[in-house]
Design a protein around this ligand. Structure first.
Ligand code: PMP
Length: 403
């Protein structure tokens, strides 16, 4: 170990989020791999939780960051100045989104995109109720956390926002909870942290119709599912609907922190008055992050990666066959491999780390192994990842049977 004191500093001075962080030391990232200081490397099956769609440190993203940083970095709060990377990114997003989604409000993270959409919906409709789905995750800030149903997760942080009603994802019966008092329905197009639950398109279409009928804004969170992960640039494209508001982050910046909530110009205009400056952000739409996001989107649109997602998903599914695997759920390269217990998942993850493979579990489904690699993963890398996973599963099952 070259830098033993870094681990000590990490545990001593970096605020911890759990008693058992992975605490791998990272020296550099390149393409599909993260590298440690001691020559170890890990094939990254989770892409920083659905972030690094182009792999780590894609050269065009790095160049865009370097060039923009040398030109100018922060200038003034979001919304005042005309900056080339920001306006070009907004225009490119609008060009690749269906009408009427043409107005982009830039923020710094997924949670902030959720927060912005919640405020936008209240301001636009003049209503206060919000409907969200059980087992959803939209961010850890207090507004976004209010949308969650998992009491074990949010109870210690009360009081949170009132007026939130929960429905089950894919449940037609839940649509009745959406009324003329509902400002917005907020849901993930594919439920990620629940352990990858793809949407039933007919349910989404009925939800869309119910929102139109009641004057409720339909907000789709594609913070994990967007940016090509499901095989189309946006996951909702496969469901025959268009949301009123779209939430983006994670993959958007190609490894840099940026998010957005996107709506029609007509809806978004209400944030300009009553009150003026009612939603503002210092760093939102930071020019360096916009340059990274612009390069990311340009590369994604140019390269064949999105078109290959379905074949890669099929290759994973073909490989991942083992008696201990209870189910494999997937929406493109967002996949959950279900085992019997969290202990088994932890053992497989540990086996992976020891054999050069980085995986993870899900916040609201700890019996599943997360697979959400960079979209650039090759067929050989898929086979290698599955080989290690199956070995890890076999070893974990054997251990379990032996004990
Ligand atoms: N929505 C979804 C679907 C997410 O998966 C996440 C992050 N895991 C968020 C919102 C929040 O994003 P952030 O961590 O950037 O605040």
């Amino acid at each position: 170990m070259h830098l033993p004191h870094h681990r000590q500093l990490f545990f001593r001075h970096v605020a911890q989020t759990s008693p058992s962080p992975l605490a791998l030391e990272i020296e550099r990232g390149e393409g599909m791999y993260l590298y440690g200081p001691d020559g170890r490397r890990w094939l990254d099956l989770i892409a920083g939780i659905s972030v690094s769609v182009l792999g780590h440190s894609h050269p065009e993203v790095v160049a865009a960051v370097q060039q923009q940083a040398a030109r100018y970095m922060h200038t003034l709060v979001y919304g005042e100045l005309v900056m080339a990377p920001q306006v070009e990114l907004a225009a490119l997003l609008a060009r690749h989104l269906p009408a009427p989604l043409d107005s982009v409000y830039f923020v710094n993270s997924g949670a902030e995109a959720t927060e912005g959409a919640m405020k936008l919906a209240k301001r636009y409709t003049g209503r206060t109720e919000i409907v969200a789905c059980r087992k959803a995750y939209h961010g850890s800030t207090q507004g976004a956390a209010s949308l969650m149903s998992a009491q074990w997760y949010i109870r210690p942080f009360r009081p949170l926002l009132p007026g939130i009603r929960h429905i089950d994802f894919n449940d037609m019966g839940g649509l009745e909870a959406i009324t003329t008092r509902t400002a917005a329905v907020i849901l993930e197009t594919v439920q990620a942290e629940a352990g990858v639950i793809p949407p039933d398109p007919s349910w989404l279409q009925a939800l869309r119709a119910r929102c139109a009928e009641t004057g409720t804004l339909l907000v789709l969170d594609e913070i994990q599912a967007g940016y090509g992960r499901t095989g189309t640039l946006w996951a909702f494209e496969q469901c025959g609907i268009v949301p009123d508001v779209l939430l983006l982050a994670k993959g958007m910046g190609g490894g840099m922190p940026i998010g957005a909530f996107i709506a029609s110009r007509d809806i978004m205009q209400c944030l300009t008055h009553d009150p003026v400056l009612g939603h503002i952000t210092t760093f939102g739409g930071h020019p360096v992050n916009c340059a990274a996001a612009l390069a990311t989107l340009q590369v994604l649109l140019r390269e064949p990666w999105i078109g290959q997602v379905k074949a890669k998903e099929a290759r994973f599914r073909k490989n991942l066959v083992h008696p201990a695997i209870r189910a494999v759920r997937s929406a493109g390269l967002l996949m959950a491999v279900e085992l019997d217990s969290f202990e088994q998942v932890q053992r497989v993850m540990r086996y992976g780390l020891d054999h050069g493979l980085l995986t993870d579990w899900f916040l609201f489904n700890d019996r599943c192994i997360r697979i959400a690699p960079p979209l650039i993963i090759s067929e050989a890398e898929i086979d290698e990842a599955c080989r290690v996973l199956l070995e890890g599963i076999a070893a974990s099952v054997d251990t379990r049977q032996a004990t």
